[in-house]
Design a protein around this ligand. Structure first.
Ligand SMILES: [Zn+2]
Length: 428
């Protein structure tokens, strides 16, 4: 049986992955639980999501499916933050003899839940039309993620994936400051990068894999394999943990990105890969956000932003000038593309007007007075007007990303790019 669970957390506490980790252990009473549960991130632009928009799925071989269903539902009732308006738990249960029948429907549902905006009605329709066992609480929005996570579990090879080793705090410590040895995170990163990523942000000297909220997570290490995330986790020195789980996940895969052929097709609450030419130079707004515009081949324009939390990435963006050719990845909200990555494909030369050089000695001439042209004091040579000359660009073509402290869960880090054809600029 496959169990999908979503939306049990609130902004103040709990975490659906913690519930998943508990189930991993508790359900062993009823059968054999597959040791690699799934953690699926959905469309990051959905406004009513709780913190991370994460759903989980587990797989169990059992002779007593009714008992499993009862247990899962009672644990959701106990642990979910029902008092939070945004917390609307959902769980779905798929029997083994239904796997083949539901596989295509739920795989495309997963794609849609990550890339598009799904209404709760659609999830409820699929559940009733296909006769899927489910349980929902309050408005039941969690059914969307629960179904999507099952779609991922039914098609284990149908999508790119990474792993995350999540550790959970002892209950009495929830809500208190986390006791961690920061230096050990930098050491673990040093040992395992680029097979792991987003443990620390070297440029900004931050530990980024430790949340600040009151939820049960102590830290999460992301990487390419269970072995490497376990190795990195073993190098961390911190308060003792209650439990841990290694999830297979769609984090760091760019699964949310849609290829945009033109700006006309771009819609809010979707994420794209878009090629265009810088049409309005970057400017820094109040609050430190950097905004510029790009134009596509049809002449349509869209605003693009490197917001303040992207820190040092903004210095790079400020160097763009109109005419530069860029390929952008990012989410669109309120008509603005929030940049996650940028490939600078071509730079236009920038010209500067300067005083002419003396043909004799090679030094720049000085102004000979208002309307008098220019003259070399030493050689006496003269010239009438300023000249334009190309200046070097303090920028190179290549692929750049926002720093780890600003990364979206789904954004594929450059550490995972295996491209040989282009210069990568990881923010380390
Ligand atoms: Zn001269």
């Amino acid at each position: 049986m496959i169990i999908g669970i979503d939306d049990t957390d609130s902004n103040e506490g709990m975490c659906t992955t913690y519930l998943g980790a508990l189930m991993l252990e508790e359900l062993q009473e009823y059968g054999t639980v597959d040791s690699l549960p799934l953690l699926v991130r959905l469309n990051p632009t959905i406004p009513y999501k709780t913190r991370g928009n994460a759903a989980v799925a587990l797989k169990i071989k059992t002779d007593c499916p009714e008992k499993v269903v009862t247990h899962v539902i009672s644990r959701i009732e106990e642990l979910a933050r029902m008092e939070c308006e945004k917390t609307n738990p959902g769980a779905v249960f798929i029997q083994e003899n239904d796997y083949e029948r539901l596989k295509p429907v739920l795989m495309s549902f997963l794609e849609e839940a990550v890339k598009d905006v799904i209404e709760i009605g659609k999830a409820k329709d699929i559940i009733s039309e296909l006769g899927i066992a489910s349980k929902s609480f309050k408005n039941g929005r969690g059914l969307i993620g629960a179904l999507a996570a099952c779609g991922a579990m039914l098609n284990p090879e149908g999508w790119d994936f990474t792993f995350e080793h999540l550790t959970y705090r002892q209950k009495e410590r929830w809500g208190t400051p986390r006791d961690i040895d920061k230096e050990s995170f930098f050491e673990a990163d040093q040992e395992t990068y680029p097979e792991t990523w987003d443990t620390v942000d070297l440029t900004n000297r931050l530990v980024v894999c430790v949340p600040h909220s009151a939820d049960p997570v102590l830290f999460g290490i992301r990487g390419e394999s269970p072995e490497i995330v376990n190795k990195a986790a073993s190098l961390i020195r911190a308060e003792s943990v209650e439990r841990f789980a290694v999830y297979r996940t769609n984090q760091g895969t760019d699964m949310h990105l849609l290829p945009a052929q033109s700006i006309a097709e771009i819609r809010d609450m979707h994420s794209y890969r878009l090629e265009g030419t810088v049409s309005v130079a970057p400017k820094t707004l109040e609050g430190g956000h950097v905004i510029f515009a790009v134009r596509d081949r049809e002449g349509a324009e869209i605003d693009c932003a490197a917001f303040e939390p992207t820190k040092n990435f903004r210095a790079l963006i400020r160097k763009l000038v109109p005419g530069d050719l860029v390929l952008l990845s990012g989410s669109v909200t309120s008509g603005t593309l929030n940049i996650e990555k940028i490939e600078i494909k071509a730079l236009v030369p920038v010209c500067r007007e300067e005083n002419p050089k003396c043909p004799e000695c090679g030094k720049h001439m000085k102004s000979a007075g208002q309307g008098q042209g220019f003259r070399c004091k030493k050689c006496g040579t003269q010239s009438l007007s300023k000249v334009r000359s190309e200046t070097g660009r303090d920028l190179e073509t290549g692929l750049y990303e926002v720093p780890p402290c600003a990364r979206r869960h789904l954004a594929k880090p450059l550490a995972r790019e295996k491209r040989q054809d282009i210069m990568l600029y990881p923010s380390r």
